[in-house]
Design a protein around this ligand. Structure first.
Ligand code: ATP
Ligand code: MG
Length: 252
């Protein structure tokens, strides 16, 4: 993984990304790059197309125009590992915590020994070892979201897409899970695109923030967040960046 602040060759290249639903132009000629191992947050107004944007990147929906390249090749879910964490945690109720985290790796067809080795590591990192044999209906909402996050990291994704994963959780839990997410990211080196409504959250987690406009949606601004970690919400530079992004959003 590139050191924070270091630039490396682009992992993800998005060129002229355009998405229409019929007459409705949602994404309007979007261009950006993401470096290997980079953590990028995306903020934008309600309904501007954030989810559409992630769905397009993961190739869940067809795009109208443009290219998405991963390591220089057209993004292809069969060849690339693109992982997704949705706003609502998605767990299979008939599988234990452990087997839910394993699910993505099973789908990828990883050998069982490899799956077990990665499970030990990840369950430990997110503190799920103790409850690995419980079922989803026996654990809390934040635990469920941890499963979804762990499952997404476990496949060593080329690109990890997160759509407001902590939007539903209370503030204290969110802080905790954000730190856990950062720790996973730092240890496993995945490339992360993280959507949030919460500007403070974006400044806390990301190395760079893409601010989207209203529809038809373009990238309105890019804000670098070059602050040491763990970040301090009261640090004057943190506050300055938060205000700057808020200002950009005020003109939506
Ligand atoms: N399958 C679809 N068919 C037609 N229009 C759609 C479809 N999916 C989304 N849209 C429209 O595209 C626009 C962007 O929707 P999208 O859900 O991507 O926005 P969002 O930024 O994720 O919103 P939110 O902040 O509510 O999560 C909206 O105007 C929505 O109504
Ligand atoms: Mg959305």
């Amino acid at each position: 993984m590139a050191r924070e602040g270091e630039t490396s060759q682009s992992k993800i290249e998005v060129r002229n990304l355009t998405k229409r639903y019929g007459e409705l132009l949602v994404l309007d000629d979007i261009n950006f790059d993401v470096a290997e191992g980079e953590f990028v947050a995306i903020v934008g107004p309600t309904g501007c197309g954030k989810t559409t944007f992630l769905n397009a990147l993961s190739r869940l929906i067809p795009i109208t125009q443009g290219h998405i390249r991963i390591d220089g090749e057209d993004a292809d879910p069969k060849r690339h590992n693109i992982s997704f964490v949705f706003q609502e945690p998605t767990c299979l109720p008939w599988r234990t915590v452990r087997d839910n985290v394993a699910y993505g790796m099973e789908v990828k067809g990883l050998p069982q020994a490899e799956i077990n080795a990665r499970l030990e590591k990840i369950l430990e990192l997110v503190g799920l070892t103790q409850c690995q044999n419980l079922y989803p209906n026996q654990i809390s909402a934040s635990m469920l979201q941890r499963i979804a996050v762990s499952r997404a990291f476990a496949v060593n994704p080329d690109l990890l897409l997160m759509d407001e994963p902590y939007g539903q959780l209370d503030v204290k839990l969110r802080f905790y899970l954000e730190d856990e997410l950062l720790s996973l990211w730092q240890k496993l080196g995945s490339t992360v695109l993280f959507i949030t409504h919460n500007i403070e959250e974006a400044v806390y987690v990301a190395q760079r923030i893409l601010v989207l406009s209203n529809k038809p949606t373009k990238i309105k601004a890019e804000v670098k967040v070059d602050l040491p970690r763990p970040r301090d919400f009261r640090d004057p530079e943190f506050v300055r960046i938060r205000k700057h992004v808020t200002e950009l959003i005020r003109w939506w």
